[in-house]
Write a protein that binds this ligand. Structure first.
Ligand SMILES: Cc1cc2nc3c(=O)[nH]c(=O)nc-3n(C[C@H](O)[C@H](O)[C@H](O)COP(=O)(O)OP(=O)(O)OC[C@H]3O[C@@H](n4cnc5c(N)ncnc54)[C@H](O)[C@@H]3O)c2cc1C
Ligand SMILES: NC(=O)c1ccc[n+]([C@@H]2O[C@H](COP(=O)([O-])OP(=O)(O)OC[C@H]3O[C@@H](n4cnc5c(N)ncnc54)[C@H](O)[C@@H]3O)[C@@H](O)[C@H]2O)c1
Length: 454
């Protein structure tokens, strides 16, 4: 085996935070090694198997809804469009790092053999590399619950499902979380019969009851069937289908069974013990608020550190590490305020800050502005788009007039929520949002009317 090559920085895994750091450091002339285990994952989860391909399918399902082409053809077209997009983005992501003279890309699987030494298996070849600065960015992998039969041929993860070229006639989704709901709604729109099973007895348990009920109503109107508070006992194979056996005797018959019950940090076989890098209780690499691991000069960014699993959080993680490498090192995870989320069902459900329930439980004096979208005269955008379903709910602190949180279940909510989040961070009051001058016809202008109800 050859001697180890030393780099100014090593990034393990081509995730959002890591690739951004790699390009930044290489852009400064530092020698940077990017290690990625799979050619098909250059650019990471988001662009290859996560956010981008799933949202491309959501969009394709809408665009083709009025087409006279048969459902399997519409679906296959959508898969091809999605594949073209991910392939384009993979190329762009590769050159984003590789175009720098001082960057080296090594395709292979990395594992620590010492605190600052890594072994990379690239086919038959094993390469040893060292650096005083190592960033772990290996992401997360699907959790597989201990249900017998999940190794069957018709049981798939989200990665596998969105790679299938045949539209499943009957799809059972285990898990009504972000992945489960988005893909259930998308495959329903393409024409699959979809049943969603969740062990919790209500949909979106973290949301206020009225918001969760509005979402459920819309999804059921679209033809989704929910079996909540249900326990999957096992999955069996018949000659031509999977049989999902539920506690209590019900059986669901499926062409595909999607398991979407969460994703766990990807730390298997990373050799963390050899490096003395500690894991937390949840199997994530343990980090402090500067994302430092228990070993000096080793950081963990993105899903692998057990933080919220969003691309933009991994991106913000990179800022925290960058600040230590080239700044004053002050930035931490606790600087994050009002981090928004959007679940891309139709219409999308966007959320930021506290729910009404959380605000009341926290003892806040709360005012709530709430309006159904079809009752908002000042939001013609919803009528133009042709989707007046949903509601907007804003939770406001009665004494300070500051926005505590919002649930936006409406067209364009993935955009409006960013404005509300910024208002929360900047201390803009609900009255100022109400009196804001917004473009017309836009969805933002709904805030004029909804907040006027306070
Ligand atoms: C179906 C789906 C939909 C999603 N939708 C959204 C969304 O709409 N919005 C959103 O914000 N988030 C979404 N997410 C979550 C988001 O994709 C992740 O939070 C984000 O991509 C995590 O990025 P990361 O930086 O942690 O690393 P990742 O992008 O996961 O990259 C990790 C990389 O490390 C590589 N790797 C792992 N182990 C090794 C090793 N030992 N050696 C070398 N390489 C290794 C992997 O191959 C991978 O390329 C979605 C996730 C999924 C699965
Ligand atoms: N739009 C987005 O931002 C987006 C989209 C997809 C995924 N993501 C990220 O990816 C993460 C993982 O998504 P996910 O949907 O896999 O996880 P999740 O945590 O969002 O949802 C998992 C669901 O599975 C259910 N569940 C758990 N065990 C079960 C069992 N044995 N039987 C039935 N139901 C069970 C849970 O009650 C929960 O509803 C999300 O938490 C999110 O951070 C984000």
């Amino acid at each position: 085996m050859s001697t180890a090559t030393n780099y100014d920085a090593i990034i393990i895994g081509w995730g959002k935070g890591g690739k951004t750091l790699a390009a930044f450091l290489a852009g400064r002339g530092e020698s940077v090694l990017m290690i990625e285990q799979s050619e098909g994952m250059v650019g990471g989860t988001c662009i290859n198997i996560g956010c981008v391909p799933t949202k491309a399918l959501v969009e394709s399902a809408h665009r083709s809804a009025d087409s006279s082409a048969p459902a399997p053809v519409r679906y296959l077209d959508a898969i091809e469009r999605k594949n073209a997009l991910t392939s384009l983005l993979r190329g762009k992501n590769f050159s984003m790092v590789d175009s720098h003279d001082t960057a080296t890309v090594l395709m292979g699987r990395a594992r620590f053999v010492g605190p600052h030494e890594i072994e990379v298996s690239a086919g038959a070849e094993i390469v040893r590399v060292t650096s005083e600065r190592i960033i772990i960015n290996t992401g997360a992998v699907p959790m597989i619950p201990p249900i017998p039969g999940l190794d069957g041929p018709r049981v798939v993860s989200s990665t596998k499902l969105i790679d299938e070229t045949d539209l499943p006639g009957r799809l059972v989704v285990i898990g009504a979380g972000a992945i489960g709901l988005e893909l259930a709604a998308t495959y329903r729109e393409f024409g699959s019969e979809v049943t969603v099973v969740d062990s919790v007895d209500r949909l979106l348990p973290q949301e206020d009851d009225d918001v969760a009920a509005a979402v459920r109503e819309v999804l059921e109107e679209e033809g989704l069937t929910f079996m909540l508070g249900a326990t999957v006992e096992r999955v069996e194979e018949s000659a031509d289908a999977a049989l999902v056996r539920l506690e209590g005797g019900d059986t669901l018959t499926a062409d595909r069974v999607l398991v979407a019950v969460g994703r766990r940090p990807a730390t298997d076989d990373l050799g963390l013990e050899a490096a003395g890098i500690a894991l937390g209780d949840n199997g994530a690499v343990r980090v402090d608020e500067h994302l430092r691991t228990s070993v000096d000069g080793v950081w963990a960014v993105g899903d692998v550190n057990g933080g919220p699993q969003f691309t933009y959080v991994s991106f913000d993680d990179h800022r925290i590490v960058k600040d230590q490498l080239v700044g004053d090192g002050a930035r931490t995870t606790s600087d994050r305020v009002a981090v928004p989320t959007t679940t891309f069902i139709t219409p999308p459900l966007a959320r930021v800050g506290m729910t009404e329930r959380e605000a009341r439980e926290a003892g806040r004096d709360v005012k709530v502005a709430r309006k159904a979208i079809d009752a908002i005269a000042a939001m013609p955008r919803a009528r133009i788009v042709g989707d007046t379903r949903g509601l907007i709910k804003v939770v406001v602190d009665a004494s300070s007039d500051l926005v505590l949180g919002a649930a936006l279940f409406c067209v364009d909510s993935q955009e409006i929520v960013n404005l509300v989040a910024l208002a929360m961070r900047a201390g803009v009051t609900a009255s100022e949002l109400r009196d804001g001058i917004w473009t017309h016809p836009s969805s933002t202008e709904a805030l004029n009317e909804v907040l006027a109800t306070l």
